[in-house]
Write a protein of this length. Structure first.
Length: 96
């Protein structure tokens, strides 16, 4: 899934990867893949969830879904709520 889907998406939208420095994420095979595919990785201290931008996104998404009336009652409703709520997030424009 990385090579055919994620890599082109990252390059098309000029994104940067941010992960939590967990062992699987910093394994040699992973870092070599990221370097070979020219995927920029945001330098990040290990176990810094309070500083992680994505954690703030998950929190905002969770709050949006819990405020829905009615609250999603099954997987299909939850999926729809995530898609609808997530589509309202705006990505800042790149300055580069």
């Amino acid at each position: 899934i990385l090579r055919p889907i994620v890599v082109p998406f990252i390059h098309d939208y000029h994104l940067m990867l941010q992960h939590d420095n967990a062992r699987p994420h910093v394994a040699r095979i992973c870092t070599q893949f990221l370097e070979a595919e020219n995927i920029p990785v945001l330098a990040w201290p290990a176990y810094s969830l309070d500083m992680s931008p994505i954690e703030h996104v998950w929190d905002a998404l969770d709050r949006r879904i819990r405020q829905r009336v009615p609250v999603p009652a099954n997987i299909q409703q939850l999926r729809k709520a995530i898609e609808e709520s997530g589509s309202t997030f705006h990505r800042p424009q790149s300055t580069t």
